[in-house]
Design a protein around this ligand. Structure first.
Ligand SMILES: Nc1ncnc2c1ncn2[C@@H]1O[C@H](COP(=O)(O)OP(=O)(O)OP(=O)(O)O)[C@@H](O)[C@H]1O
Ligand SMILES: [Mg+2]
Length: 406
């Protein structure tokens, strides 16, 4: 597992236990020092390297794979999905297309890959600075129009993403998108170009796709809720999606095409789409060659019985994944967001049957401004018989929770 410290790592640990496989991590020594105990204890060994130095990381990981007879490679951190594809090529293990290694990480290369494969996606343009962005946004026929979305070429968690409704705010949005020159905690250099995208209105969904030997197995669709306005922070997810059957099928089909377009061959992809009101075609916002974050593994498993992490491990081991739903229940997750940044004074979540909560912060911790997902204080997850009930239950607990910032 290349950098399992994120949200998906814990699900892979549980999945490895179920499959009876040993897990090894490739990471930085100081990042490993900060791993939670249960992740550290679950590892059979660690390849300490410098993941920001591609040549060195590949050489270290290849030697490690041979020494430990590693049978499969999974990237858990989106920015290291290219390394996983390149390592699979070097070791001859199942993996994604090395020629497209960077497409699931870099949204400019992703846009090119979608265009080549005819995947429905918003129109886009690249800007190296605010002036170029203004020229691009104003450029006559074919202009992206307003509002448009400005985002970093490489980043996640909605960091640096803003919806801009006119030229006055464009320069600030481009500067915000270009703020990230390195990704922490590894110090990985990032492509600092800004991406301008046509704004796609409508509801948002995600759909994960397991791919085994180039054959796509789409998983159930999940409805996503976000904040409105300039900053779009995910506020929750609900499964099942509530979409009519044919549209749910279309989302699964388009998500599978997006996964294949960015070179996913043996692994999993997390794809986000929006469906404009009245439209029958979903537009792909992005796809990542990794398990989803946001505890979506838990949401999908609770609702459908599909274990995405097990399916992912099977796919990277080159064995057939089991993606058939075994349940028709429902689950919803709601994130606890502060109204503003500051210092957390109080965090209370009422207990309610059918729900459980997880808190990420404690009183005294700094809370960032609610401009991206780093501001979340915790979540509540509800299980019920229907999506509507799960959503209501999670919403009720979230509404009664107190996230006080001073
Ligand atoms: N072209 C677009 N049209 C409409 N909304 C968009 C568009 N691009 C992004 N958004 C909104 O902004 C959110 C974040 O954008 P995006 O997914 O591209 O960034 P990210 O940082 O990779 O996100 P994350 O890692 O949180 O999934 C999307 O989930 C969506 O709500
Ligand atoms: Mg996204």
């Amino acid at each position: 597992m290349i950098e399992p410290m994120g949200n998906a790592g814990r699900f892979l640990v549980e999945a490895a236990g179920r499959l009876g496989v040993r897990l090894y991590a490739a990471t930085h020594k100081d990042v490993h020092d900060g791993y939670p105990h249960r992740l550290r204890d679950a590892l059979s060994g660690v390849c300490a390297t410098d993941l920001t130095d591609t040549a060195r990381a590949l050489a270290d990981m290849e030697a490690f794979c041979r020494r430990h007879a590693v049978a499969g490679i999974a990237a858990c951190f989106e920015l290291f999905t290219p390394l996983a594809a390149l390592l699979a090529e070097r070791t001859g293990l199942p993996g994604n297309d090395p020629r497209l290694a960077h497409a699931p990480r870099n949204k400019i290369l992703m846009g090119e890959a979608f265009a080549r494969a005819g995947v429905p996606a918003p129109r886009w343009a690249v800007a190296h600075d605010p002036d170029e962005a203004l020229q691009v946004a104003r450029a006559g026929p074919g202009a992206l129009g307003w509002p448009l979305v400005v985002k970093p070429a490489e980043q996640g968690g909605s960091w640096g993403v803003s919806v801009v409704d006119g030229p006055d705010r464009l320069a600030d949005a481009v500067r915000a998108a270009q703020r990230y020159t390195r990704a922490e905690p590894h110090g990985l250099p990032l492509d600092t170009r800004a991406l301008l995208q046509e704004y796609v209105p409508g509801r948002e969904y995600s759909c994960d796709t397991v791919v085994a030997d180039g054959v796509a197995h789409p998983l159930p669709v999940v409805a996503k809720d976000t904040t409105d306005g300039t900053y779009r922070i995910e506020t929750g997810h609900t499964c099942p999606s509530g979409l009519p059957g044919p549209l749910e099928e279309e989302v699964r089909r388009v998500a599978a095409r997006a996964a294949l377009a960015v070179g996913v061959r043996n692994g999993i992809a997390h794809t986000e789409v929006k469906i404009p009101p009245g439209a029958r075609t979903p537009y792909v916002i992005e796809t990542g060659a990794r398990l989803p974050g946001d505890n979506l593994c838990e949401v999908v498993e609770a609702a459908t019985g599909v274990d995405e992490a097990v399916a992912h491990l099977r796919a990277v081991l080159g064995t057939a994944p089991d993606t058939a739903p075994t349940r028709t229940d429902a689950a919803a997750i709601r994130f606890l967001l502060p109204e503003r940044g500051g210092v957390l004074r109080r965090l209370d979540v009422p207990g309610e049957p059918g729900t459980h909560a997880e808190l990420y912060l404690k009183p005294g911790d700094a809370v960032p401004e609610p401009a991206d997902s780093a501001c979340r204080a915790g979540h509540v997850l509800a299980r019920a018989a229907t999506a509507g009930e799960a959503r209501r239950l999670a919403d009720r607990v979230a509404a009664r929770s107190r996230v006080e910032v001073g």
